[in-house]
Design a protein around this ligand. Structure first.
Ligand SMILES: C[S@@+](CC[C@H](N)C(=O)[O-])C[C@H]1O[C@@H](n2cnc3c(N)ncnc32)[C@H](O)[C@@H]1O
Length: 248
C-alpha cells in the first residue's frame, strides 16, 4: 500500500478517505444490520458475542466502554450484568447505528446506567485510566489506524483492566477456508443486494475481513500498544477470534 493510502476492502484509497467511506457503508446498512447479522451468520453472532462477554469477566460495579458498539448487541449484554454502581459508555462513530442502538437499549428498559458517546476509536474523548473493561466487537477492522485505536484503548483502560477484541479472523484449515470463501464471496454480496439493495457494502464486509491481520499479527499489534498477557481464542476454527489483553 503506497504511503498516504490505505485499504478499503481490496481497493487502495487515500488514507483520509477511509473513515468517510466506512461511514457510508454503515449509514447504508444500519436499518437492516441486525437482520443481516442473523441471516449471514445463521444466528451464530449471538453466541460469539456471549462468549466475548464471558471473556470480559465483568463485575457488577464495573465502568465499561463498548467501542464501535453499532446497534448495541454487546451493550445490551453488558448492561444486564451491571448494578446501580456500574456504568456503560455505548460508543460508535456513526449516528445511524447509534440511533438504532439507543432506541433498542431504551426499549429494553435501561435508562440510568448508560451514556452514548459518538466518537472515533482513534481519538477517544475520555481521561486516562477511566474504564475497568473495554470491548470492541467487529469494529477494529473498520478503523483506519487500528494501532492508534489500540493505543487509545490502552490509555483509557484502568491499570488491572482488560480489553476484549471480537473480530473476524483467519480460519486455520484449508478445506474450511475454501467453503467459507465460496460462501462469503457469493452469498454475502447477493444477500446484501436482495435485502439492503446494497451489494457494495457487503462486498466491502467480505474483503475487509480478508485484509484484517491474522490472529498472531493482531496479538503483536496489541502488545505493541502496551497490552500484556495477550492471548486469543479461535471460534469456528478461526473464522472468528476473541483476543484479550491486560494493562498492569
Ligand atoms: C460491524 S459493526 C459492529 C457493531 C457491533 N459492535 C456488533 O458487534 O454488532 C462495526 C461498527 O464499527 C463502527 N466504526 C467504524 N469505524 C469506526 C471508528 N473509527 N471509530 C468508532 N467506530 C467505528 C461502525 O460505525 C459500525 O457501527
Amino acid at each position: 500500500v503506497p504511503k498516504d493510502s490505505t485499504h478499503f476492502g481490496y481497493q487502495s484509497i487515500p488514507t483520509h478517505a477511509k473513515t468517510p467511506r466506512v461511514g457510508t457503508v454503515f449509514h447504508s446498512v444500519a436499518k437492516h444490520y441486525d437482520l443481516m447479522n442473523d441471516l449471514l451468520s445463521f444466528g451464530l453472532h449471538r453466541l460469539w458475542k456471549r462468549q466475548a462477554i464471558a471473556n470480559l469477566q465483568l463485575e457488577p460495579h464495573h465502568h465499561v466502554l463498548d467501542l464501535a458498539g453499532g446497534t448495541g448487541d454487546l451493550s445490551s449484554l453488558i448492561l444486564k450484568k451491571l448494578n446501580e454502581q456500574g456504568r456503560l459508555i455505548f460508543s460508535d462513530i456513526n449516528d445511524s447505528m447509534l440511533n438504532i442502538g439507543r432506541n433498542r437499549l431504551l426499549d429494553e428498559g435501561f435508562v440510568q446506567q448508560f451514556k452514548i458517546v459518538q466518537a472515533n476509536a482513534e481519538s477517544l474523548p475520555f481521561p486516562n485510566n477511566a474504564f475497568h473493561r473495554i470491548i470492541i466487537g467487529f469494529g477494529l477492522r473498520n478503523v483506519t489506524h487500528p494501532s492508534l485505536a489500540l493505543s487509545e484503548m490502552f490509555r483509557v483502560l484502568k491499570p488491572g483492566g482488560r480489553v476484549i477484541i471480537l473480530e473476524f479472523s483467519h480460519p486455520r484449515s484449508e478445506q474450511l477456508s475454501r467453503c467459507y470463501n465460496a460462501y462469503s464471496f457469493n452469498v454475502l454480496p447477493w444477500l446484501g443486494k436482495m435485502i439492503c439493495n446494497d451489494e457494495a457494502s457487503y462486498q466491502y464486509l467480505v474483503e475487509s475481513i480478508r485484509m484484517h491481520p491474522s490472529q498472531e499479527a493482531l496479538k503483536m499489534i496489541m502488545q505493541q500498544a502496551g497490552f500484556e498477557q495477550v492471548d486469543y481464542q479461535n471460534m469456528l476454527d478461526g473464522i472468528v477470534a476473541i483476543h484479550k489483553g491486560f494493562k498492569f
